[in-house]
Design a protein around this ligand. Structure first.
Ligand code: GLV
Ligand code: MN
Ligand code: MN
Length: 415
C-alpha cells in the first residue's frame, strides 16, 4: 500500500477553515450553531462530498461522513474530532483530527485500498462547553451518556435551550435518534494536538494515549451583601468576591496537594456584580473545572471544595450554591486501537510516547460504546486554547499518516 499524505493540501485546508471565524486572526472563535459555525460545517461537508463520502447530519448536528467498505453491513471504523472553537482559541484544536482524518481517508483512497469495514469521519457537535456549559454534547448523545431529555433542556447564556437553538440552526429530528446502535463502531480513533508540553519536551513527534482524565465542572454562585466601598466598615462586610477568592485558592490548594501532577483545578469564569470600583461585590458567579486521571482523587478534591463552601458561608455570612454540570469517569484506551497505532508507528520508524490525555475529548464518550484510542502530535510550548496555538506541518502530516495506517489496519483485520 503506497500511502502518502498531501501535506500541502491539508495545510491549506487548515488555513482556510481558520478564516471562517469570529475573531481577529490569528485567533479563532467558532461557537456552535452561530452563522460562522454553520458556514464552517458547510465547507467541511463540501470537502467530504468531494472525497466521495456519504454525508449525514444528526439532530444535534454531528456530521457523519462515510466511505463505504466492502462489507457495508459490518461495523464501521470511526475517526474525527470537532471544529467548534472557544473564544480566542487557535486553529488546531479539534481541526487537526477532522481535516487530518479526512486527508487520511483520501490517502487511503489514493492508495487503492478497499476497506472491509466502512470508514466514517465524525465531526462532533459542540465539543466545547462555551455555549451550553457542558462539553461533548454530540458524543454524549451518540454514546447515550446523556439522555435526549436532559440535553434538550440545557440553556445557553441567553437562556435559549439546546432544543430551540439547534432547530433554529436547521437541525430538526429527534434527539433520541442521535444515539448509535450498540456495535455501530468496530473502533474509534481520534487525532489531536497534545495540548500539553510533554511530546515537545521529549522531542517525540507522536503520542499514543493510554487513558483520558476524568473531568468535572461546577457552577458556583455566591450571594453576599453589597454596599458603599467607603461607607461599609470592614467587620460589617459580606463581600461575595472575597469569599470567591478564598474558594478559588482552596481549590488550587486541594489540587496542588493531592500528591499527583494529574490533579488539576481551574476557575475560568468569574462574574462580579455589580462590577463597580466603589461598590462591594454582592454576587459572584464562578465556574470550577476539576480533572484527574484517578476518579477517587478527583472526587476528593470536589469534596474539599464542598466542605470549604460550607465553612466559608458560615465564616463570611454569605450563601453559596453549587450546580454540578458534569462529573465523568476516566476512559481507558482500547488495547487493539493502541496496537494499531503503535504498529503503524513502528512500521514507519516513528518513535512514540505512551501518555495520558489530561484534556477531555469526544473519545472519552466514544470509549463507552466502542474500542477507542487517540493519537497526539506536539503543539508548540504545549499552548492550546489560545491564538498562538501551533502545530508544525510535518507533525500534522505524520499524525495523518499514522492515522491512515491505523484506519487501514482496523478496517480490514478480522478481529
Ligand atoms: C476540551 O476542550 C477540554 O477542555 O479538555
Ligand atoms: Mn478545546
Ligand atoms: Mn479539542
Amino acid at each position: 500500500m503506497n500511502l502518502e499524505i498531501d501535506q500541502k493540501r491539508l495545510l491549506s485546508e487548515l488555513e482556510t477553515l481558520a478564516t471562517i471565524s469570529d475573531a481577529v486572526p490569528p485567533a479563532v472563535t467558532r461557537i456552535v450553531f452561530t452563522p460562522t459555525d454553520l458556514r464552517a460545517r458547510a465547507w467541511i461537508i463540501a470537502r467530504c462530498e468531494e472525497a466521495g463520502l456519504a454525508v449525514r447530519q444528526d439532530a444535534i448536528g454531528n456530521i457523519l461522513a462515510r466511505w463505504n467498505g466492502a462489507d457495508a453491513a459490518a461495523p464501521a471504523v470511526g475517526t474525527g474530532s470537532h471544529i467548534d472553537a472557544i473564544p480566542n482559541a487557535g486553529k488546531y484544536d479539534g481541526v487537526v483530527g477532522v481535516l487530518g482524518g479526512l486527508e487520511a481517508i483520501r490517502a487511503l483512497q489514493r492508495s487503492g485500498l478497499r476497506p472491509k469495514n466502512s470508514i466514517e469521519l465524525l465531526v462532533f457537535a459542540t465539543e466545547e462547553p462555551t455555549r451550553f456549559g457542558i462539553g461533548c454534547l454530540g458524543s454524549r448523545l451518540l454514546s447515550g451518556t446523556l439522555s435526549a431529555g436532559a440535553a434538550a433542556k440545557l440553556k445557553d447564556g441567553d437562556g435559549e435551550s439546546v432544543d430551540d437553538v439547534r432547530r433554529k440552526a436547521g437541525f430538526g429530528g429527534k434527539l433520541e435518534d442521535v444515539q448509535l446502535q450498540k456495535g455501530y463502531y468496530k473502533a474509534f480513533v481520534e487525532l489531536h494536538i497534545e495540548q500539553g508540553p510533554l511530546l515537545e519536551r521529549s522531542k517525540t513527534s507522536l503520542g499514543i494515549v493510554t487513558r483520558i482524565a476524568a473531568p468535572a465542572s461546577l457552577r458556583v454562585s455566591i450571594e453576599g451583601a453589597g454596599g458603599h466601598a467607603g461607607g461599609v466598615l470592614m467587620p460589617d462586610r459580606k463581600d461575595a468576591l472575597c469569599a470567591a477568592a478564598e474558594l478559588i485558592l482552596a481549590a488550587e490548594h486541594a489540587a496542588r496537594s493531592s500528591g499527583a501532577v494529574d490533579t488539576v483545578a481551574t476557575v475560568g469564569i468569574c462574574e462580579v456584580f455589580p462590577g463597580a470600583i466603589n461598590s462591594i461585590p454582592s454576587r459572584v458567579k464562578i465556574t470550577l473545572d476539576i480533572r484527574d486521571t484517578d476518579l477517587a482523587r478527583r472526587d476528593s478534591v470536589m469534596q474539599t471544595i464542598e466542605q470549604t463552601s460550607l465553612s466559608l458561608s458560615q465564616k463570611r455570612g454569605v450563601s453559596i450554591q453549587s450546580e454540578l454540570l458534569n462529573a465523568d469517569a476516566p476512559a481507558e484506551c482500547a488495547r487493539e486501537v493502541r496496537a494499531a497505532l503503535s504498529d503503524a508507528c513502528r512500521k514507519r520508524g516513528f518513535p512514540f510516547l505512551e501518555m495520558v490525555s489530561r484534556a477531555y475529548h469526544d473519545s472519552l464518550f466514544m470509549s463507552r460504546i466502542a474500542p477507542t484510542g487517540m493519537l497526539f502530535i506536539p503543539c508548540r510550548n504545549g499552548y492550546s486554547h489560545r491564538p498562538d496555538e501551533y502545530a508544525a506541518p510535518e507533525d500534522i502530516a505524520r499524525g495523518a499518516l499514522v492515522l491512515a495506517e491505523a484506519l487501514a489496519k482496523l478496517s480490514s483485520s478480522s478481529q
